[in-house]
Design a protein around this ligand. Sequence first.
Ligand code: ATP
Ligand code: ZN
Length: 211
Amino acid sequence: MKLKIAIQKSGRLHDDSIKLLKECGIDINNGVNKLKTEATNFPLEVFFLRDDDIPQYIEDGVADIGIVGENVVLEKQKQVNIVQKLGFGKCRLSMAVEKSVDYTSVKDLHNKRIATSYPVIVEEFLQRNGIKAEIHEISGSVEIAPGIGLADAICDLVSSGSTLFMNGLKEVETVLKSEAVLAACHNLKPEQQILLDKLLFRIQAVKKAKN
Ligand code: ATP
Ligand code: ZN
């Protein structure tokens, strides 16, 4: 019996995900350009996937666990358990408007067009604040939307804020704070749960050593 873990194939979470496994004493064959690989000293199979697909794979039980941004877990609305925050991939999902815009409160978003790759999370935020606005879902380069007249505001992932700044935007609301999490399938077999607990024990030891 092996535990199957999904991690990002390439991108912001890839290196830190591999590093975390290494720090847990798990050696994996280097999986560049491969779909999957195996740990040599732990019953772990590693799948390399696009981050957007990871929650679905976990819900379906194709992967037992996975490392993915909390933002993606919330947006995809799949049935998975968030079992551990991992302390990397920290970012926030923020509303931004053009620098010249007079913005005083969330009410200023009323009747505006908001471009985002996170329509579910944004809709929930708007509802929670009693705002009616039009959401334009776009999959990338969200930060150029105001400049080309596609939207009045955007909601996008931010870490330093430099991308917003370079595009003449200013951050006006934090919608969600996010970091990478370990997510798990709802119905793990008892043997898999034991392996997950072993892995979690090591992850927590690694985290403790860093504090
Ligand atoms: P994929 O090809 O796997 O779909 P992607 O382009 O959607 O990759 P990345 O940009 O690699 O995703 O980001 C992966 C995750 O890293 C995000 O979902 C988020 O949780 C986290 N993250 C941390 N900082 C940032 C940032 N400044 N911008 C975007 N994502 C960030
Ligand atoms: Zn993605």
